[in-house]
Design a protein around this ligand. Structure first.
Ligand code: IPE
Ligand code: IPE
Ligand code: MG
Length: 236
């Protein structure tokens, strides 16, 4: 068997929690709870496979449009799993980072996010990045605003702005671009995820609903990625 090329950075759009629950006659929130358990398992699987960065889309800037009840339940799950994640991160040498605009969350959630980042900062294994209240266009707008401010204050010169500068102003500053993007549940769109960062990323779509995603599915995606011929615009 040919050797598996492990991508350094895997980005995931987890999708299908609601449909998973509906199929079983359960409320959507049960799908989200099961989805959270899948996230926990995936963090451990990714760490063991030697993936360096795992970025998961947990809550988009557009997800506030859902029913207040569903949004409330997602916030409760977030509170609960943030605490569990701290233990999992410590046990597995995982460094946790959040991207997105956190100031819209309740103060206890903001405190939890800060604590997770601070207490895992020196871990040297997998970097687990969670995108919450994240939207790529919002991220780009915030970056542009900050660059404009820095120009006005004389900290940045307009002519000196290059691709590296822009990357450095995004929430993902310092993190290499994803090599592989996985979206579950059969949907084939980006839903405002990492638009800048995914410029040369390989895409993998699967019909599996997120709560049913597991290590075998992750390995399947990596095998498919392994066989692809990445060119970055050049020729071989
Ligand atoms: C993904 O599952 C979780 C979030 C977006 C928070 P969905 O809730 O989108 O599930 P479907 O797409 O309705 O099945
Ligand atoms: C994308 O899933 C957002 C997250 C996974 C957090 P959605 O289910 O919200 O996306 P759309 O609405 O189907 O595009
Ligand atoms: Mg969905």
């Amino acid at each position: 068997m040919e050797e598996l090329k492990i991508p350094a950075h895997v980005a995931i759009i987890l999708d299908g929690n609601g449909r998973w629950a509906k199929k079983r006659g359960l409320p959507r929130n049960m799908g989200h709870a099961e989805g959270c358990r899948t996230v926990e398992r995936t963090v451990e699987d990714a760490a063991r496979l030697g993936i360096r960065y795992l970025t998961v889309y947990g809550f988009s800037t557009e997800n506030w449009k859902r029913d207040a009840e569903e949004v409330g339940a997602l916030m409760q799950l977030f509170r609960y799993y943030m605490k569990r994640l701290l233990n999992i991160a410590k046990k597995n040498n995982v460094r946790v980072k959040m991207i997105g605009e956190r100031s819209r969350f309740a103060q206890d959630i903001i405190d939890g996010i800060n604590r997770l980042e601070e207490e895992t900062r020196d871990n040297t294994g997998l970097t687990f990045i969670i995108a919450v209240n994240y939207g790529s266009r919002d991220e780009i707008v915030r970056a542009v605003r900050k660059m404009a401010n820095d120009c006005v204050q004389g900290k940045l010169e307009a002519e000196a702005i290059g691709e590296e500068t822009v990357s450095g102003y995004l929430d993902t500053a310092g993190i290499p671009d994803p090599d592989l993007l996985i979206r579950t549940s059969g949907e084939q769109r980006l839903s405002n995820y990492l638009l800048w960062q995914l410029a040369y990323t390989e895409f993998y779509f699967t019909d599996v609903l997120w709560p049913d995603f597991n290590k075998e599915e992750l390995v399947k995606a990596i095998e498919k990625y392994s066989r692809r011929d990445r060119r970055f615009g050049g020729v071989k």
